[in-house]
Design a protein around this ligand. Structure first.
Ligand SMILES: *[C@@H]1O[C@H](CO)[C@@H](O)[C@H](O)[C@H]1NC(C)=O
Ligand SMILES: *[C@@H]1O[C@H](CO)[C@@H](O)[C@H](O)[C@H]1NC(C)=O
Ligand SMILES: *[C@@H]1O[C@H](CO)[C@@H](O)[C@H](O)[C@H]1NC(C)=O
Ligand SMILES: *[C@@H]1O[C@H](CO)[C@@H](O)[C@H](O)[C@H]1NC(C)=O
Ligand SMILES: *[C@@H]1O[C@H](CO)[C@@H](O)[C@H](O)[C@H]1NC(C)=O
Ligand SMILES: *[C@@H]1O[C@H](CO)[C@@H](O)[C@H](O)[C@H]1NC(C)=O
Ligand SMILES: *[C@@H]1O[C@H](CO)[C@@H](O)[C@H](O)[C@H]1NC(C)=O
Length: 314
């Protein structure tokens, strides 16, 4: 079965105030601000054919210069995630986040709750977040095809892209590859999910950018034949967002570890790399981590485009 997607528009309910007009908003300029104890809650029905649910939402800090932004808590029956607005990653005033919401087998009603949260006792100094552009997407469980031993190898399955987002979608760390916005991959550090509409992408419609803010990487597991030799092929590139530099990416497959360097001038190019390895166990962990920590003069972040990944029997 070909993985598909289903988009459900969400409506807002309860306890939220209209956003201040002085805040720059994406799209048509309407959003809601979650004030103190502000909460929106909507129930949707999971479709049994599309069990894995992802949420994309866009958030604008209530005040651009605020040092005390309230957090946003997104909760569904199988998940609860807290998003903080501490670091700014893009060029827009707003950021879009992607999250894995859960997987549901039955046609059960799912409550999606988004609320503000602060640890600050004096709420008058807190800036309350503005929420916009909620997109819900679901896909069936990914099934391994004949041509590739990895699932979601081209990073095509993840949260939906807002139609007008030129900044990509931020993905927070996710330990479990199943409960990950980037299906089948664990995520170490914050990364960006980007699409070919607004970025240079080496293959397909989407790719990930490993942001050089902290150790960033991804990891998956492949069922291989112990003792057999495999090729791990992947493309590294820059997303055509002016980030130039030398990027070192450490690839690991089982006990085989090798560094690859990409010389990038930031104008949108990619290069294919190959690593041979022998599977030293049936279940082999495959991971990529970026090491370079240099930053541009203006403090912008270096990014790296990264897709697709192939692995096949030698
Ligand atoms: C996206 O941007 C285009 C051009 O700026 C605009 O015409 C369109 O209305 C926007 N789409 C949405 C959903 O706001
Ligand atoms: C969300 O709405 C549902 C249905 O009205 C309700 O059962 C649930 O308790 C609400 N959840 C929260 C956290 O308010
Ligand atoms: C935010 O800070 C910048 C630089 O310090 C300043 O130019 C701008 O006016 C401030 N904006 C607001 C809304 O206070
Ligand atoms: C709360 O913060 C506001 C604004 O920063 C300040 O004027 C006020 O005195 C504070 N109140 C308390 C009880 O600390
Ligand atoms: C890869 O590069 C990192 C950072 O420079 C270094 O710490 C690590 O030892 C290198 N690994 C290999 C296998 O060369
Ligand atoms: C940047 O790199 C690409 C690919 O290596 C190359 O084709 C292009 O000419 C380079 N551009 C500049 C300005 O150096
Ligand atoms: C990079 O972006 C520039 C300016 O937006 C565009 O003209 C160019 O075609 C892009 N290059 C690639 C390889 O996507």
């Amino acid at each position: 079965m070909l993985p598909g997607k289903l988009l459900l528009p969400l409506l807002f309910l309860a306890l939220a105030s209209a956003a201040s007009q002085t805040i720059a908003l994406p799209d048509n300029g309407h959003a809601i601000q979650l004030g103190e104890d502000g909460k929106i809650n909507q129930t949707f029905i999971a479709n049994t054919d599309y069990m894995y649910c992802f949420l994309t939402f866009t958030v604008v800090p209530g005040d651009q210069n605020c040092s005390d932004n309230a957090d946003i808590v997104v909760a569904a029956p199988d998940s609860r995630a807290v998003f903080s607005l501490k670091q700014h990653y893009g060029k827009e005033a707003w950021v879009s986040y992607g999250q894995f919401l859960g997987r549901w087998d039955e046609e059960e009603p799912i409550n999606l709750v988004i609320q503000s949260q602060t640890a600050e006792s004096n709420s008058s100094s807190v800036c309350w977040p503005v929420i916009d552009n909620l997109l819900l997407k679901s896909i069936p469980k990914l099934i391994q095809g004949n041509s590739n031993l990895l699932l979601n190898e081209g990073f095509e399955y993840g949260p939906e892209f807002p139609s007008n987002s030129t900044d990509g979608i931020l993905i927070d760390p996710a330990q479990s590859p199943v409960q990950s916005p980037l299906q089948e991959w664990s995520v170490l550090g914050t990364m960006k999910f980007i699409n070919s509409k607004h970025f240079f992408v080496p293959h397909g419609n989407a790719a990930i950018e490993l942001l050089l803010v902290a150790p960033t990487g991804i990891q998956t597991a492949a069922s291989l034949t112990e003792g057999s030799t495999y090729d791990l092929g992947f493309k590294l590139g820059d997303a055509n967002n002016s980030c130039a530099g030398d990027f070192v990416v450490a690839a690991r497959a089982g006990s085989t570890l090798q560094n690859f360097t990409l010389l990038s001038n930031g104008t949108g190019s990619s290069k294919e790399f190959l690593m041979k390895f022998r599977a030293d166990s049936g279940l082999t962990l495959i991971s990529f981590q970026i090491y370079t920590t240099s930053q541009t003069k203006d403090g912008a972040l270096f990014d790296i485009g990264f897709a697709p990944l192939r692995s096949w029997i030698d």
